[in-house]
Design a protein around this ligand. Sequence first.
Ligand code: HPA
Length: 276
Amino acid sequence: MTNLLLAADAEIEAATAAARARLGGLTPEIGLILGSGLGELSSALSDAVTVPYDGLPGFPRLSVAGHAGRLVAGRMGRHSVAMLQGRVHAYETNTADAMAVPVGVLARLGCTTLIVTNAAGSLLPEVGPGGMMMISDHISLTGRSPLARAVGDGRFVDMVDAYDPGLRARFRAIAAARGLPLAEGVYMWFVGPAFETPAEIRAARVLGADAVGMSTVPEVVIARALGMRVAGFSLITNLAAGMGGSHLSHARTLARAADGASKLKGLLQAFMEDEA
Ligand code: HPA
């Protein structure tokens, strides 16, 4: 694996050792990050082992309802899978690298693929609450980078095809075969925690955004710096500000994400049972 070159390297080593001790012989190949309201996806794992974040050095302490704070690993279909049930956001820590240690640990444990999930607002009128969007690319104009404290040439990460075209083709085929509606589009990262204004959403549309949210992008940059293949999914909990007429709230986000989680679970289960 590429050297991480992050300020967090020592913590990653320590947390990986602690996680290995708890996981026994289980060596995950695929890592998942479960977004707001999506923690329930870990019920898809068999023979699951759960390690609370507070037993892992450098892992974040979570403050947001809907994020449990546990690493859960087990079998899913043909694969060994490790799930991060809960993330921290830049709006909680005022840094973009708070997930560097958990993502680094997934990589060190052996995950060569990272699947990121989030709850998001949609800019596509035809993809409303309960819809699912596979992320084809992202826009980050927040001025924040999870690699701001990294050193060396490894920080100049190529972001072309950051969301792996091969993985996307497989997910597209699986969704089509199962008749699962799956949109595909560009995710734009806003720091939050205030939701966007309608004017910001109009600006995002001009820039090419299809969905907006407050997470994911820093994790994807770190994963790409570590050479992991990435796929990403937004579970749409609302039409973006100014589009749906109703006001936005975190409670509504969580409720809607939980409603839609079973679709994402079905897609992921089919992927894990797939040949490749
Ligand atoms: N904006 C930002 N983050 C979100 C949204 C939104 O509309 N919905 C769920 N997470």
